[in-house]
Design a protein around this ligand. Sequence first.
Ligand code: GLY
Length: 363
Amino acid sequence: MQKKHYLCSLIMVTTDLHAELDRLSVSYGADRMVVLVAASVAPVWQKFFSDRFRVLVLADGEENKSLDTLQRVWDFLFEADITRSGLLLCVGGGTVTDLGGLAAATYKRGIHYINIPTTLLAMVDAAVGGKTGINYRGLKNAVGAFYPPVETIVWPEWLSTLPAEQLLSGFAEMLKTGLLADGQKIPQAEGLWQRLMQYDMERMDPTELTPLIADCIAVKQYIVTADPSETGLRKTLNLGHTFGHALEETAFAETKNGAQTGLLHGHAVLYGLIAELYLSHTLLGCEREALQQLTQRMIHYYGRPACKCTDRERIIRLMHQDKKNERATEINCTLLRSTGHPVINQIITDAQADEALEYLFSL
Ligand code: GLY
């Protein structure tokens, strides 16, 4: 029997994808719907759609989150005669949901779109909350809009097809949500960190993960509904990301010069969380236990960060360029006063950032 967890009117976690697609065909009309699908999943997903809707396959990867690809999507929408009452389905990871969302936001001044995320990372983060965008002038998500999907449909069964590294990457965003969740005034947040800590990450079984995924999405949905354009509360979701983005960019540069093989976003966030929990402990007195628990998981499942200690200066330089900063001279982080109690706009010094990196690289 079909089982759905409704989190709010806009997001559902379902065990029956095909029933959802039937529902969409009926409520929107198949002739008014078109689909973007990520190339990495197209061999399987295309057959769910191709006899019902027109499909455009998009190459995966940050380098394709570009103005050229956006233009291709606009052309696709025009060629399919999509009117302002049309619907765009975005099926894939964050690249497709971010870029597709921006295409939907701008085409004829805005059409509806629905996200169907196919990575754990996109299920619990990118596909929820309407941060749309493309990369521009070498800067990640430099052009975009806050434009939420009308629905996000999450089908956890799909996770059984994904490699363990991908699941770990998504799980890191769930750990972040767990760390900041308890203070949020929604039932799904209660004890979420403990429940995530009790989960045996060796298993990554979609059925077991479903309630945790649903609760993480509910926490995110609560936050983005309260603060859709990130003026306050939504900044708490940046926990781990000031260090995480700088580590990711450093790894990306090292990949280009052949020094390492890259770093998945969630892995970078996990390392960022450790650095920021270290600062939360030393600067704000956050309990050490969370840092210890996370460090244990890092060593066991994610491995130590591959960037070298000599990169510390470069990582700090990158943190100064983070778009969250209001001034170029500062490094702005979200930290924790205690588990479940995030504090935004914490300005840290270069020396403090360096100490946190030294801690991370010493593990
Ligand atoms: N990924 C963080 C946010 O959506 O605000």
